[in-house]
Design a binder for this molecule. Sequence first.
Ligand code: NAD
Length: 723
Amino acid sequence: MSVQFKTIGSEDRKDSGVKLQVDGEHAEVILDTPGEKVNKLTRETWTELQEVIGFIRAKSDVIRSVIFRSGKLDSFLAGADITTIEVMKTVDEALGLIEKAQEVFQELAELPQMTVAVIDGACMGGGTELALACKYRIISDSPSTRLGLPEVQLGVLPGAGGTQRLPRLIGIPAALEMMTSGAPVNPSKALKIGLVHDIIPKEYLLDFARQFVRGKDKLRKTKKASLMGRAMQTLIPLKPVRAIVIGQAKKMILSKSKGFYPAPIAIVDVVDQTTGLSVRDGLKVEARAFAQLAVSPIAKNLIQLFFASEQLKKERGVGPVEAAGFQAEKLKNIGVVGAGIMGGGIAAVAASKGISVRMKDIQHESILNGLKTAGALFEKEFKRKKITKAEYLKRVYAITPTIEFTGFKRIPFVVEAVIEKMEIKKALIDQLETLVSPKAIIASNTSSLSISEMASQAKYPERIVGMHFFNPVPKMPLVEVIRAEKTSPEVVVQTVALAKQMGKTVIVVKDRPGFLVNRVLMPFLIECAHLYAEGFSIAQIDEAATRFGMPMGPFRLLDEIGLDTAAKVAKVIAGAFPHLVVLPLVDELVQSGNFGRKTGKGFYQYDSQGKPIAVRGEFSREPKNPSAETDKHLTDRLILPMVTEAVMALDEGIVGTVRDLDLGLIFGIGFPPFRGGLLRWVSTEGEQAILDRMYRLNQATRGRLIVPQSYLSRVQNGQKFYS
Ligand code: NAD
């Protein structure tokens, strides 16, 4: 359909992010943030939006309908410009900004005309709040179309009307789920929960919307709430019913967040307190809650973390002049050798990103298991309606198994994930070098072996690199790319690119025992045995760690990793760094045949489903000197040795920056994100205060826990990890 639009209003500002076009009775507001790939709600956008909305309101005798759409490809609106939240220092300042945003969307909601958000691509945060303030929402069927309110992930809440308009539109339970998880919904879910009115093929979306506002076409798919749904919509806002819903939501949030994250609870409270109020009154409650969260240290840490990972995503993994001019390829196919726990996981993740995988093992049984694991993963996504049947089948057929090396000749990238034995890995590299082209990259998913040593007899050592995935591969977001002595920068760039293509966060690390993540984690796992030897109880030690925010205590984590694996990795790392003193506790358990959760017995007893029941009788004891002071001592004993190791890793250049170190630990071991990272935590506590506590531990352990000289110099020079 062709329409004759005239650009008005802001046409004099040629770099305006909000354009208005009018064709007789019909207007279109086009969002197009200048110089950005995606639209963002900056301070200027809010002002421009308000002007445009004011203009439309003033012309209500002429303009009958308004379409809000994006001028960007595959993206509607990414949300508020997060830097505006980052710089909010006081509650009043935050209130001022959020009230303005609320006002703009309230004015939009109160426009007398027909307003339609036409959404193709990502629609997040403020984007969804804008759409909620429109009378209609029509979206494309594109796989990149997603609607979400992810503010909670930055430690805040949807403050531009989201907590008010969403529950009124889709009901309290669905709204709470969307807002407290921050997870976006795809088009079919958006339609199902009543968030949008129709899904239209991407190619016809705008045409359809233009016909619709002109009364020449009708909505087809608008979902009418079922009788039960309507009854629930009426009942849930009633106080006694609401109390149950709110209570359950809080219980679920607390079981996941352990009380460390105030934002999801604040969302539930705001919805609870504002049910039954007018939108305008509700907005006041929302604004106050938003402002309090926005200035909290937790939000600041989460925002910094977001910026840090966004920055990391843009990097290539080598220095600015290295591999200049080299362009990494988007790979269509890879080979995976070893179809065990890791190889199967790597194949599954690659296939789910549209990469064909040739999967090779020496045992039929392993191949079958690998295929089964990948198939089960795809099936789960299909059953949860995350992928279509066609996508499910595409993924299943993307992995082709082999016992021979057939099909490896033209593969540009091979990841080996065979058992952790240097001779076996070296022999495999020898064999692969005769099979693949000289340009193909060979990556090893070793957890502890030296890549340089592995490549020592290779014909082309420059194409051998480490690619350390974490277990379980589909869940764990980190990959450490290990640059060995001879790995070429181009190979690093391509490996980093592949890991990103697989959806992972990537840090490049040096080839030293334990690389970065296992090296820094190791003191945490070693220290618990020393504490146990001093008479503290396992429950007491594990609780000290989880109270700090670690996902698991060290004993539970040892059981989870597998005591046999943990013992082997500890030997490699402690063998290289003599200040790490390993007690025989874990080895003794391994010798008795108990490997942790996988054998049902470790430090804890596990039920048949692998759930921990309790600390096993022989390890159970009363807590020693239970007090707040003891708790503090235990936490320091577990966390400060990690700080020491992190500082040493930085000194050795294992990792390039403090930022990468913090991200590596958050994504690799689940170091609590609300603390912003291990070294950010040090800066928050104060470098000097941490030094004093390190000395105290040094004395308490008769010199065993060391204080790195470089840390002392840093403090003496007034250097901070983060200012
Ligand atoms: P696994 O025992 O589950 O799988 C290893 C597979 O390799 C088996 O299926 C075996 O049949 C196969 N294999 C052995 N020799 C082979 C050969 N020459 N050619 C082809 N296939 C061969 O082991 P896993 O846990 O998947 O570990 C694989 C690698 O990943 C190891 O280097 C390990 O250190 C590393 N890793 C493991 C974890 C973990 O938690 N399991 C985490 C990170 C890295």
